[in-house]
Design a protein around this ligand. Structure first.
Ligand code: NGQ
Ligand code: ZN
Length: 457
């Protein structure tokens, strides 16, 4: 049995004093007792909060974050866009080897842990070998991701992706999409191959990539074939062009069309969901699905802004993801989620609901709840039976020194750029201590070697 005594811990209803946390060898919390006294010999911390869930990741994209920031559009090409970025991204997707994927993912996950994510949902679609043939083991690359997560010590929800078409009306895949080619049977084979890896730190769901990449029949087949209760994620309504193409092909906007095709419930995560009609926005909120918001990637790719305030008012659930990994920090995701709204609406303090007037606390707690739901794992709350996933903040930092508990999250999310995450416990193991990941140097060495060969021409 392992334990930590927190002078202040963020529990479901808010901050509590003198909380004794205990967890077992499986990494489950066995006791979370407020107003306790510190048993002798138990480690102490000042500010403890649940680790964040990163609900949307394409790990391999970490390898070229920051390398697509040159304006290359010309008069005959139009300005750079999501679609021109995607062409550059595909070049890496077509070159990367399984070994490189594992090295890149381990680096990413170690960075995520250091910044306060203790779980990740991996939306994984590079299943085939360069050129498009299937590896001897259909779960070859997915298992590399699982291995990277294990090595870094982050909990993971693997979401093998179905990607069958280049666009609506069954448009054939492009040559540079051949590594992604899958149909329902193929994805379900990968799911089956991953089943033995399921456990307290790993769950398996599935993801139709987007409405443009799968047919309605394939969508139904995948949903029916997946074991009951597993998470289902999909990219939805990220770009205006795909909304227009969806309307043109189906007569409906994306969310309306998906809800027409599938029983959307709490198993679903709608990634991005940027461009919504008012009706679609309220229907997602009423469905119990989670909106998977990725503010730094959405800003980087010029997607647009999610209608956060009315969605919150309608009771909508949301979580955050780092997607293309231009950032590995939940602080930056949540800060930009709120700042985007302030800039667009020329007002302040947008993300609140009802009696909860504390923006930072609302954002952190909502993103925990939405992230936990999207991950399909027992996460998001420091409570008995949940995973022992928690962060100890650096209470000696000038931004936190002597700060009352109810000001900690405001300081954490909205002041400065130092990483205030000092120690991280994930699945009952201390994976970050004093700001350093336990395997930081070995993982970085391997990443650097992989990145050098990946980028060599
Ligand atoms: C992805 N990225 O799956 O990585 C996509 C682009 C595609 C975002 N949607 C790939 N941000 O559409 O084929
Ligand atoms: Zn994505």
């Amino acid at each position: 049995m392992s334990a930590l005594f927190a002078r202040h811990a963020l529990l479901a209803e808010g901050w509590h004093r003198d909380v004794l946390l205990e967890w077992d060898a499986r990494g489950d919390l066995t006791q979370v007792a407020p107003d306790a006294s510190a048993p002798p010999g138990v480690a102490r911390a000042d500010y403890v909060l649940p680790g964040m869930i990163n609900l949307h990741s394409h790990a391999f994209q970490r390898a070229f974050a920051g390398l697509t920031e040159r304006a290359e559009g010309g008069s005959n090409r139009g300005p750079d866009s999501f679609w021109t970025w995607r062409d550059l991204m595909y070049r890496i997707a077509n070159r990367i080897t399984p070994e490189q994927m594992e090295a890149v993912a381990a680096q990413l996950y170690a960075e995520c842990l250091r910044h306060g994510y203790t779980a990740v949902c991996e939306f994984h679609y590079v299943h085939r070998a360069p050129g498009g043939h299937v590896y001897g083991n259909p779960a070859e690359t997915a298992q590399r991701i699982a291995q990277a997560a294990r090595e870094a010590g982050i909990g993971v929800t693997l979401l093998p992706v179905m990607y069958a078409y280049a666009g609506f009306r069954d448009t054939p895949l492009r040559q540079d999409q051949e590594r992604f080619r899958t149909d329902p049977a193929h994805v379900l084979r990968i799911v089956e191959a991953l089943e033995p890896l399921r456990g307290p730190q790993l769950e398996v769901g599935a993801a139709p990539h987007s409405l443009r990449a799968v047919s309605a029949g394939q969508l139904r087949e995948l949903v029916q074939g997946l074991p009951a209760g597993r998470p289902l994620h999909i990219h939805i309504a990220e770009q205006q062009l795909e909304v227009a193409q969806c309307v043109e092909a189906t007569g409906m906007r994306p969310v309306d069309y998906l809800m027409h095709q599938a029983d959307v419930d709490a198993r679903w995560c709608f990634v991005h969901a940027t461009h919504l009609s008012d009706g679609e926005r309220d229907r997602i909120a009423a469905s119990g699905a989670v909106a998977g918001l990725c503010p730094t990637t959405e800003a980087n790719l010029g997607d647009g802004l999610f209608p956060l305030a009315p969605y919150i008012a309608a009771g909508g659930r949301f979580g955050i993801g780092s997607d293309s990994h231009v950032s590995q920090s939940p602080v930056e995701e949540l800060r930009w989620l709120e700042y985007g709204q302030r800039l667009a609406q020329q007002r302040r303090n947008v993300a609140v609901r009802g009696g909860q007037r504390d923006v930072a606390a609302f954002l952190w707690q909502q993103a925990l709840a939405g992230g936990a739901q999207a991950a399909g794992r027992r996460l998001g709350v420091l409570a008995q039976g949940r995973r022992a996933d928690l962060l100890v903040l650096d209470s000696a930092h000038p931004n936190l020194d002597g700060v009352p508990a109810d000001e900690v999250l405001g300081r954490f999310l909205f002041s400065g750029n130092d990483n205030l995450v000092r120690d991280v416990l994930a699945g009952g193991h201390w994976v970050v201590q004093g700001g350093r990941h336990k395997a930081q140097d070995a993982i970085a060495q391997r990443y650097k070697a992989a990145a050098r060969t990946l980028h060599a021409h």
